[in-house]
Design a protein around this ligand. Structure first.
Ligand SMILES: [Fe+2]
Ligand SMILES: [Fe+2]
Length: 145
């Protein structure tokens, strides 16, 4: 799979978890979904930070985009840590999930509409393939535990 499709696939997966979270009041279900969301977001930001963003940092066309994107990753991680300390299903937790969702949506929009198209121009075919391969490997390894 091309790196863009891989990363977009993760984005859709996360969106789906948010929408499932929005529909359920069942605490067990919420706990399960939140665990899944956390895992997906942590793994996704990690593979992007390890394999994707460093390549963008070394290309002139994209190097200025990296700082803001990584800051947004930092925000998402902070929100996840905070949410993990709250009672699942409570009002504060629900509000926190909504905040996290808008942060993630904003970031995903930026990646898909600005960063990926710019990266597509800046990186050559071999780089793109290499990044995709490394991300796939790391995700497989994570799945295998
Ligand atoms: Fe992403
Ligand atoms: Fe990202």
């Amino acid at each position: 799979m091309k790196v863009w499709d891989l990363l977009k696939h993760d984005h859709r997966e996360v969106e789906q978890i948010f929408s499932q979270l929005d529909k359920t009041q069942d605490k067990q279900q919420q706990e399960k979904l939140f665990g899944k969301l956390k895992h997906e977001l942590q793994l996704h930001t990690k593979v992007e930070e390890t394999h994707f963003y460093p390549a963008l940092k070394s290309a002139d066309e994209t190097k200025d985009m990296v700082g803001e994107a990584l800051e947004e990753h930092g925000e998402v991680k902070k929100m996840l840590t905070r949410l993990s300390s709250l009672a699942v299903g409570g009002d504060t937790w629900r509000e926190g999930i909504k905040e996290l969702q808008s942060s993630v949506e904003h970031h995903v929009e930026e990646e898909e509409n600005e960063i990926f198209p710019a990266a597509q121009k800046a990186l050559d075919e071999a780089q793109v393939e290499e990044i995709g391969r490394k991300i796939e490997q790391e995700k497989q390894a994570a799945k295998a535990g």
